[in-house]
Every structure is written in C-alpha cells, then in structure tokens.
Write a new protein. Structure first.
Length: 409
C-alpha cells in the first residue's frame, strides 16, 4: 500500500475522483457544489501521516486522529460518505457565513471552497490539540482564511455573530441554546443528534420559536465533550456485567424489578416480518423508539457471555423493558438467503406477553411505516408546555424538548 508521505499526487487525485464519482452515482452527492469541493480538496493532507491512500479514500470509513487515555475515540476524520451527507444537508451557497463545531481541518476546507471568497468559515473545537492541528493543516493547504477557535461550543462563540449555517461534526445529545441563538432566522443547523440511543444527522431550520427537521440520515460520530457531553447509563441485568441495557435519557424508575428476569426461561418469537439485506432500517428503528416507552439498546460482555441472551450483534441490539421483563430483537436468514426475518427474545415473568407486544409493533411498522418518510423532529426550549408540542413522542433533555412526529398520511 502507498501511504500519504510517499504518494504520487496523481494517484491520490485519481482515487479522490473515483470515490467522489462513486458517491455521486450512489446518490450521496447530488449537487455540483459538493462534488466540486470534495474533488478539489486533497483529503490525504488532513489524515494521519503514514495512512495508506487506500484507507484515506475508503468511501465509508472514518480515520481516527485522537483517542483518550482509555482508548475512547475523541477526534476523527469522518468518512467521505458522511461528509457528503452533511454538506448536502447544509445547502451552502457562496457568500454564506458558516461555523463548524468539531474541528479537524478537512471539512472546514470543503466549507471554504463552498462559501467562496465572499463567505466566512469558522471552525471550533474544545480540544486545543485538535484546533492547533487543524489550523496548521489548513494553513499548509492554503486555507488560512478559515478562522480556528478553541472553545466549548455549548457556550456562545466569541465574535461570531449570526450565521447562515451551523454544521456540527460531533455527536450531540442536546441542542444548547447558543446554537439556536447564533443561527439566522431561516438558517440551517446540521447536527448528528442522539435520540433514545439512535443517532441521525438532522438538517434543522429555524421556524418561529423552534427548530424543525428537513431531513434526517443515519450516521455515527464521536461524542461531544464539555458542557454538552452526555453519557448513556447502564443497567446491569441481575447485577452482573454480562448483560448491559443502555438508556439514553435516564434509567427506569425501578430498575431492581429486572433483577430476576434472567432466572426465567427465554421466550423466542418469530414475527414473519422480513427485510432485504441492504434495506435501510431508519424508520423501523425510529418506530420502535417512538412506540416503546422502555426502548433501549443491549450489549453483551463477550468475556462473560454465558448464553443467557443470544443477540446477533453482541455489541448492539435494539431492546426494550417493561416493568420486570426485557426483550431484544434478533434476525435470521430466510430460505432465499436475500432477506432476514425479525424475531423477539424476551426474559422475565411476562416474557410471552411482552414479546407479542413488540412483534405487534414490528408488524405495525411493516403495515404503515415501511418505505415511508422519517418522523419530523422538532426542537423546543426546555419548559415548553406539552400542549404546545405536536408529538408522538417527546424526549426531555437539559436545554430542549425533542418531539418526534410521524407525518400525516
């Protein structure tokens, strides 16, 4: 493999054009502005030294640039596909004022190309090591007009004023008031927002007193640090690390009720709901998150796995609890080997009834939501009364109330 320090510039250009053409053919890039910017900026200049060009230009792979003392990823260069998604969602035009939250250099260079000489780009990060690297790489690549600031972006960014677009490139659990306050009326906020453990890159616009989504795409990002950071809470079933249920917005009121769930036989139910191997499951995940009050995700410690539960993916399974019983989704290949069927495993005194309830939710998705639009996501200030929030599900955060609503049929 050829690394970035010894690469032939023509080979890097060839690979860059190849993946951008691929992303355009696949529909991730839809505008000439995004295609032109991504083809012009040499991605290899912003990736870690020694990275093979084949990895630099892998269309769906991020490159980690920093980890903390525990090995947790804290900064990365996002995958080209994810960058394309967010740039398309931003709808940036020449002359705009844009701020990027979560710096690295590469995305800021794309933004500088898109706003042109009459626009302004500010990129910020809480980590001085990250901003120092970004400033150096941007200057070396002749993008020294980009303003680089070290600041906790949950607070107002100094000397920024109102902007047309705020592009967040780190995973966010909440929407700090500063983001809305610094956004022009009608401006766009693009943010990888975590809702009940599911992350979507959401394009919001300001509408009156709230933000309203225009699009939402499945994605994954390293989490935000600082005042806006937030950790999921773990419920260890039966008090052991083997089975961990992850809750994004607080533990259930009486978690001890699940203590004896694993002492009952596991109930298994196949639903008859099948999906294609490459079918997007955005609406299925959101339907479960909206419909199930006890929605969560489940992980199994592989070093302590005794087989009490058997998810297909031990690190991440969609799950839910109800009182003294919990359940999770599984899949199996169908006979044609081109689809998978969804099933439910449940444990606890009411396993059979709870599995049937989840199966009904899956069948309801199949009948009414499959292939349809994503829910509308609205952001209201914390404290907004319920009767002012249209919603099928409201998620309360520190600074905001997030409403999820299925579009009218």
């Amino acid at each position: 493999m050829t690394d970035v320090t010894t690469a032939d510039p023509s080979e890097a250009t060839r690979l860059r054009h190849k993946i951008i053409d691929q992303l355009r053919d696949e529909g991730w890039i839809t505008t000439d502005a995004v295609e032109t910017a991504m083809k012009k900026v040499p991605r290899e200049r912003f990736t870690p030294p020694g990275t093979p060009l084949e990895e630099v230009y892998a269309p769906y792979d991020a490159l980690i640039t920093k980890t903390d003392e525990h090995g947790v990823q804290t900064s990365s260069v996002s995958a080209p596909q994810i960058q394309a998604i967010q740039l398309e969602q931003s709808q940036i035009k020449p002359g705009m004022r844009v701020v990027e939250i979560g710096s690295g250099g590469l995305n800021a260079a794309y933004l500088a190309e898109m706003v042109g000489p009459d626009g302004k780009v500010t990129t910020v990060d809480i980590d001085a090591e990250v901003t120092e690297r970004a400033a150096r790489l941007l200057a070396e690549s002749d993008y020294d007009q980009v303003r680089v600031v070290t600041v906790d972006a949950a607070e107002p960014i100094p000397d920024l004023g109102e902007v047309d677009v705020i592009l967040v490139t780190v995973g966010a659990w909440d929407i700090p008031p500063a983001w809305t306050d610094q956004l022009k009326r009608g401006g766009r906020l693009i943010v990888p927002l975590r809702m009940r453990g599911l992350t979507r890159s959401v394009a919001f616009t300001r509408v009156g007193d709230h933000l309203e989504s225009r699009s939402a795409k499945v994605c994954g990002f390293v989490p935000m640090q600082g005042a806006a950071g937030h950790d999921e809470q773990l419920l260890l079933v039966n008090g052991t690390p083997e089975i961990a249920l992850r809750f994004d917005d607080g533990l259930p009121a009486e978690p001890s009720k699940l203590d004896n769930a694993v002492t009952t036989p596991r109930h298994e139910l196949w639903t008859g709901v099948t999906v294609g191997l490459r079918e997007l499951l955005d609406t299925l995940q959101m339907h479960l998150a909206i419909s199930m009050p006890g929605f969560c995700t489940m992980a199994v410690d592989e070093d302590r796995d005794t087989g009490l539960v058997a998810p297909v993916n031990k690190r991440y399974a969609l799950a839910a609890i109800e009182d003294d019983t919990f359940a999770y989704l599984v899949t199996r290949r169908t006979e044609d080997n081109r689809h998978v069927e969804y099933g439910v495993h449940a444990l606890g005194p009411h396993a059979e009834q709870f599995a049937a309830k989840i199966a009904d939710v899956l069948r309801d998705w199949e009948a009414h939501r499959r292939g349809g639009p994503s829910p509308i996501i609205r952001i209201y200030p914390a404290g907004t009364p319920d009767d002012q929030i249209p919603a099928d599900r409201v998620i309360d955060k520190v600074h905001s109330r997030i409403s999820l609503s299925w579009p009218a049929a």
